[in-house]
Design a binder for this molecule. Structure first.
Ligand SMILES: Cc1cc2nc3c(=O)[nH]c(=O)nc-3n(C[C@H](O)[C@H](O)[C@H](O)COP(=O)(O)OP(=O)(O)OC[C@H]3O[C@@H](n4cnc5c(N)ncnc54)[C@H](O)[C@@H]3O)c2cc1C
Length: 597
């Protein structure tokens, strides 16, 4: 397996590694990005957070007005080219924006739906006339967008949509009939991206303006969380829209619907990672201030464990998000150099890294859920009270595991995509998989520790984790061939192993960079602690998933050989994670919950 590549293809992380110095990290922000970041921080602090309760009560006109203010700041048009009224900023800057918006609960959902799934279909698939008509308003926020894919009977199975579009007898219009549900921004959107089947069969995208006759809205949904985001049903009763409003090619609506979701999943992770950081600060401050048994609860080991673990998982999520941002940015540059337009390049780059985007979506949303849950626990009874922000953060986090493809669908997808790449030969998985099979029956050899390499063990764990995944996934595919899709529990186990690997390796690469940089000594030691704890627990989890899968699909001698192989590939050296977590928690208590900045 190669270990010093300057870039990786999508999914290639399973068999190769990058030179750690070449990965993109949050420590690489340019001066311009830092300036943009601080402008958004000010906006969040001065305009969104003071209004958070009013936003949650859906005070009429407030979210649309704040969205226009975000538009003025450049937040909505960051990724839209300048000729269409945007700022045409690079993808890494979009990551910085998303991270900082992630601290705004419901507001971030409204903005993400608008500038992601609401805007990107036009940017990527619109005609010149459609782009000229809509993009400037979408960039400024004067046109607000919604995206209508889901229906009462078609959620995860989006292509089972019943909404239909029929050409008018004079051939100038399509007439749309049907019903969409769970439509974010439904209550105030000016424009809806709608998917319907022409003649009941050709799944196609359409642009539908709000005031088109026959379009009506249901009442606001009473939701568990993100109460401040508008969510409505949208009904289409003989809605007549001009032929010019067909989006992309007839019958190719799935390309629009699914491709914008790659970026959507990536951005969701950047948003929730920003949310994790904000919640960690809140939790740390509360822990410091709350006294029981005559002392601050932050002094208790049980609370230190929680704070540290929240930070460690967030560090991993952040590292993987920025690494992927860098990979996508590099791919965009490569495609632009080859003559592609920027939007086309961005679309293709996100498609290349669709596996990583799905990994991030699952890991990010589950990290946030962990973080908000522990935050409530650290707050004790106050975590259950609306007087504190912990309850809102807890409620608002939950949706992230459901939309942009549920986490089950994303787990299945990411393994399915990887297997397809392997079968097509886009990534050579077969050669390393065969090498692992040979290694299984050979002598294990001795590992000579290198005392000069802080991460000697972690590098070994990552290299071995790849072998463990290749062994489990390879054997499962050999057994089930294409029928593996029906063995969902095995697919889920493999997905979890891949998620653990990608996030652990991204953290390790980042910490190696930090160690070689001129960062202060305490930052070096804290990031080292984070990576050591995270890698150690990821390998334990990976072993558990692998064992479960092998116990199901293997038998007899083969099962014994594989279980022994798994043990060999997931062996860890003794490591004192309790002391490492205590050091991380003490650092958080000193900085008020800020791990790295
Ligand atoms: C607040 C909110 C905002 C939303 N915003 C939008 C929006 O703006 N636009 C839009 O179009 N949609 C939106 N959605 C819809 C959202 O994308 C869907 O809810 C989601 O895709 C899941 O679909 P479903 O609710 O029908 O669940 P289902 O598809 O019925 O899934 C139910 C359960 O079954 C599992 N499942 C389903 N199929 C499989 C399978 N093949 N294998 C294994 N498990 C499976 C799922 O993972 C889930 O756990 C929103 C939803 C909510 C709640």
């Amino acid at each position: 397996m190669s270990t010093n590549l300057t870039n990786l293809k999508g999914g290639e992380f399973l068999v190769n590694s990058m030179n750690f110095a070449d990965i993109y990290t949050p420590e690489d922000l340019t001066e311009d990005q830092i300036l943009f970041k601080s402008a958004i921080e000010d906006f969040v602090k001065n305009r969104i957070l003071p209004n958070i309760q009013k936003i949650d009560k859906q005070e009429p006109g407030l979210t649309p007005k704040l969205m226009e203010e975000a538009g003025e700041l450049g937040v909505l048009g960051a990724g839209i080219p300048e000729e269409y009224g945007g700022l045409g900023l690079d993808f890494n800057t979009e990551t910085v924006i998303a991270e900082n918006l992630g601290k705004t609960n419901s507001f971030s959902v409204s903005v993400a739906a608008h500038s992601g799934i609401g805007t990107l279909p036009i940017l990527y698939f619109g005609t010149e006339a459609q782009k000229t008509k809509y993009l400037p308003g979408l960039a400024s926020g004067h046109i607000k967008a919604a995206y209508c894919l889901t229906e009462p009977d078609s959620g995860s199975d989006a292509l089972a949509a019943k909404t239909r579009a029929d050409l008018s007898p004079d051939g100038t219009h399509y007439i749309i009939n049907g019903q969409k549900m769970w439509i974010t921004n439904g209550g105030f959107a000016d424009m809806f991206i709608v998917f319907a089947k022409i003649d009941g069969k050709d799944f196609t995208g359409f642009i539908v303006d709000k005031d088109t006759e026959g379009l009506t809205l249901g009442p606001e949904e009473e939701k568990l969380g993100i109460k401040g985001s508008s969510t409505r049903q949208v009904f289409f009763n003989n809605v007549k829209i001009p032929k010019e409003n067909v989006l992309g090619e007839i019958g190719k609506g799935h390309k629009i619907a699914f491709n914008v979701l790659n970026i959507g999943r990536y951005k969701l992770c950047a948003l929730v990672m920003g949310g994790c950081k904000a919640v960690l600060e809140v939790a740390t401050h509360y822990a410091i201030d709350r006294h029981q048994f005559g002392q601050s609860i932050a002094n208790f080991g049980a609370i230190k464990h929680k704070l540290a673990e929240m930070a460690i998982r967030t560090f991993a999520c952040e590292s993987a998000t920025y690494k992927t941002s860098g990979l996508i940015t590099n791919k965009i540059s490569e495609l632009v150099a080859a003559g592609k337009s920027k939007p086309q390049a961005k679309l293709e780059a996100a498609e290349e890294y669709a596996i990583e985007c799905a990994i991030l979506k699952v890991h990010g949303s589950e990290t946030l859920d962990y973080v908000v849950d522990e935050n409530v626990q650290i707050h004790g009874g106050s975590g259950f009270s609306e007087e504190y922000p912990a309850a809102r953060a807890y409620r608002d986090a939950r949706i992230n595991r459901i939309f942009e493809g549920t986490n089950e669908i994303n787990r299945l997808l990411l393994v399915g995509m990887l297997l397809k790449k392997a079968l097509k030969g886009t990534i050579d998985i077969m050669t390393p998989a065969l090498a692992v099979q040979k290694e299984l029956t050979s002598f294990a050899g001795f590992d000579t520790p290198n005392p000069d390499d802080t991460f000697h063990n972690e590098k070994k764990y990552i290299a071995n984790a790849k072998k463990a995944i290749l062994m489990v996934a390879g054997a499962a595919v050999q057994k089930y061939t294409t029928e593996i899709e029906n063995e969902q529990e095995v697919m889920m186990d493999v997905a979890d192993m891949l998620i653990g690997l990608y996030t652990a390796e991204s953290s390790l690469e980042r910490a190696q960079q930090i160690l070689q940089s001129d960062a202060p000594a305490h930052i070096k030691s804290i990031s080292t602690d984070c990576v050591k704890v995270y890698t150690y627990s990821s390998i334990e989890d990976l072993a558990k998933s692998g064992r479960e899968a092998i116990n199901y699909f293997a038998s007899g001698d083969m099962m014994k050989i594989m279980q022994m192989g798994l043990k060999r590939f997931t062996t860890t050296e003794p490591f004192d994670s309790i002391s490492a977590r205590r050091r991380i928690a003490d650092h958080l208590i000193e900085t008020g919950g800020i791990l790295m900045d």
